[in-house]
Design a protein around this ligand. Structure first.
Ligand SMILES: [Zn+2]
Length: 459
């Protein structure tokens, strides 16, 4: 008690004792949290998509911080009985320990909830988009990264996890917003009292570059769109190949991969290398340049042209919305979101045309549509669909009245057939076409390329 009383007395007295002549230093940003790279991913173990590169960057003296969108509270638990929020609590620790094997300890969680679908909009809603973005902007201002690394915001045939996409969307938004002092201004406001409980005294921070890694099955299409790093080079500090450092870090994810990890631990070093390389650990680390505000070449090093110190805020170069015909139909959902997202953030990311998705055979496909009528009178629009043989239209075709000046949501629903006998657990993608017609004229054609698989996340 006495010691506490003395401490309180000293604390109260301290600010009053400064001499009148001495210049007082003002508190500055805490350098222990300054990062060169901020990695933004969705779930514990997603960091494995970048750990071989991070090991290389750490070797070069870079500092790394990591933000996870969720604690990964859904899915099977291979290490114990715990499920749901309890599983998330364990996975938070697994992620911290996995990164700690590489010396990365500045790790935060945005508090989003696991959302098992391919629809980024469902993930953003379930993560409480605004709150998650506010926290990520705070972390950018706190860690002041030169470079942001994250999942590519887009939808592709592949795992295409909506949460992975959400990490990429939030990271892109934070990249464009953290340097703007008018955004979340309470974060950059100076304290107005000695023990300020609300205002954060951070400074705006403009990151210099953002790079993406895709969540597509085939990342060949991204070759040449950013730098590529071999993961087989040997770390100077750890005297191990970078892929091996990634794998050693991954070993901490027991709840997600205990069976696989146990099988690896029975192997000799040579067998382990052969197995891990065939499981993809030896694949080159391939990034896609999102944007650079400091120039440099597309395939140049991540840190090419990055010099210490801040750069001025650069607003996203939004371009005006393209003019649409007065009456039209268009693909909605995540596809139309990304059509708006890319120009709004000044991105010219490659995306598949026609748009694509992989779905589980025997489930259903929903094609979300916007029906637009900008004219001053109600209009009838007729929707028809061309489907591959064996696919069954179950709803959404026919005639619809769209009121004057209305943009209405509609959906075409299709039952997908069982998987044909194939060795690969998937079959060639097929094209679905929806046609809109009004007053005997076409008002739009929507195409979607769909691959059927044995297993896939729901749409
Ligand atoms: Zn994930």
């Amino acid at each position: 008690m006495k010691r506490l009383a003395l401490l309180v007395f000293i604390l109260l007295l301290a600010p009053l004792r400064g001499g009148a002549q001495e210049a007082k230093s003002l508190p500055s940003a805490d350098e222990r949290y300054k990062a060169d790279i901020l990695l933004v991913v969705a779930h514990p173990d997603d960091e494995g998509a970048a750990t071989p590169y991070l090991a290389r960057a750490l070797d070069e003296g870079k500092h790394v911080a990591v933000a996870f969108g969720t604690r990964g509270s859904s899915g099977a638990n291979e290490a114990g009985a715990e499920q749901a929020a309890a599983l998330g609590a364990i996975r938070e620790i697994e992620a911290r320990r996995a990164l700690a094997t590489m010396g990365i300890t500045n790790v935060w969680f945005l508090g989003g909830k696991d959302t098992a679908s391919q629809d980024v909009l469902q993930s953003l809603a379930n993560w409480e988009h605004g709150a998650a973005l506010e926290h990520l902007v705070r972390l950018v201002r706190l860690t002041r990264p030169e470079v942001v690394l994250t999942f590519l915001p887009g939808t592709f045939i592949g795992e295409d996890h909506g949460d992975h996409q959400a990490a990429g969307v939030l990271a892109t938004e934070a990249f464009d917003l953290a340097g703007d002092p008018s955004v979340f201004p309470e974060q950059v406001a100076a304290p107005v009292r000695r023990l300020e409980p609300f205002l954060e005294n951070l400074r705006p921070w403009q990151c210099k570059k953002i790079y993406y890694f895709p969540d597509a099955s085939n990342d060949e299409m991204f070759r040449g769109k950013g730098p590529e790093y071999s993961v087989k080079d040997i770390s100077k500090s750890a005297k191990q190949a970078y892929w091996r450092m990634g794998l050693e870090s991954f070993r901490l994810h027991q709840t997600q991969a205990k069976g696989y990890l146990d099988s690896l631990s029975k192997l000799s070093d040579a067998e382990l290398e052969q197995k891990a390389i065939s499981d993809g650990w030896g694949d080159a680390q391939r990034f896609v340049l999102g944007k650079s505000l400091v120039g440099g070449s597309v395939t140049g090093d991540v840190f090419e042209n990055v010099k210490p110190g801040g750069i001025p805020f650069v607003g996203p170069n939004g371009s005006p919305e393209p003019a649409l015909p007065e009456v039209s139909i268009a693909l909605a959902g995540p596809w139309s979101f990304y059509d708006e997202f890319r120009p709004a953030h000044g991105l010219t990311l490659w995306h598949p045309e026609p748009p694509e998705i992989a779905l589980q055979a025997g489930t259903s496909l929903v094609i979300p549509l916007w029906l637009r009528n900008e004219t001053a009178a109600a209009r009838e629009i007729t929707l028809t669909a061309d489907l591959p043989a064996g696919w069954k239209l179950t709803g959404g075709a026919g005639k619809f009245v769209v009121a004057a000046k209305q943009v209405a949501a509609a959906r075409v629903e299709i039952d997908l057939p069982a998987l044909e006998d194939t060795a690969h657990g998937k079959q060639e993608s097929r094209e679905v076409t929806v046609r809109g017609e009004s007053k005997g004229q076409s008002v739009g054609i929507v195409k979607l390329r769909v691959e059927l698989r044995k297993r896939a996340l729901p749409e």
